[in-house]
Design a protein around this ligand. Structure first.
Ligand code: HEM
Length: 184
């Protein structure tokens, strides 16, 4: 669904940039912890990093619900006429993939933590009620699912970022500004 405005609403912009910051921070901390820290060599730092990763990443679950609601009630601006129908379709599919990732990735992280017998805490304030019991067989599935999904998410977000920069610097259209500015 699209409308004739050139700009996203302020609420949509705020949700977009807050979630972008949380996603990038969670991704970098998770990647660093998963690939450069071990319990053998850096026990305290590793458990602090995992704790921080989870406490910020779980907020995405709540924010994405608000974001999807907002997206349906406040349609996005139309893509520029200079884009071919095929490119527009590709952009819409990319956006759909981002929404699916923002739902699936944090849920897979929670399932991984619960199946490993650990909590899914939110902003160091409360814990999401555990929906599965500790289960090594389940963890053998949830762990790789979270890891591979996070890598795929990293690629899709990188593509999204490059596309936004191309619109701004090469195509010189209003696509990036639709997420940063408001009509005068
Ligand atoms: C948008 C949200 C999230 C992003 C972008 C994200 C990203 C990542 C990344 C990139 C990794 C490292 C994968 C690797 O080993 O290469 C990771 C690991 C991990 N994630 Fe997430 N994740 C998210 C949500 C969550 C949530 C909600 C939880 C649990 C509540 C969680 C729990 C974990 C755990 C326990 C690890 C393993 C860390 C380690 O082995 O040191 N993640 N995540």
């Amino acid at each position: 669904m699209a409308n004739n405005r050139h700009y996203y609403t302020r609420t949509a912009q705020l949700l977009h940039w807050i979630m972008a910051i949380i996603f990038i921070a969670a991704w970098l901390i998770g990647f660093y912890s998963g690939n450069f820290l071990t319990f053998e060599n850096n026990e305290a730092l590793k458990s602090d990093a995992i704790d921080l990763h989870k406490n910020i990443a779980t907020t995405i679950i709540f924010l994405i619900v608000i974001r999807i609601f907002w997206r349906y009630t406040h349609p996005a601006p139309q893509l520029p006429d200079s884009m071919s129908p095929a490119m527009k379709k590709f952009a819409h599919l990319g956006h759909l993939a981002l929404y699916l990732i923002l739902v699936a990735l944090p849920i897979s992280g929670c399932l991984y933590s619960w199946s490993a017998g650990h909590p899914a805490p939110v902003l160091y304030l409360f814990e999401i009620p555990r929906l599965v019991n500790p289960d090594p067989a389940l963890m053998a599935i949830t762990h790789p699912v979270h890891v591979y999904l996070s890598w795929f998410a990293g690629l899709v977000v990188m593509g999204h970022l490059l596309a936004a920069l191309k619109h701004h610097f090469i195509d010189k259209d209003r696509v990036l500004e639709s997420m940063t500015k408001q009509p005068k």
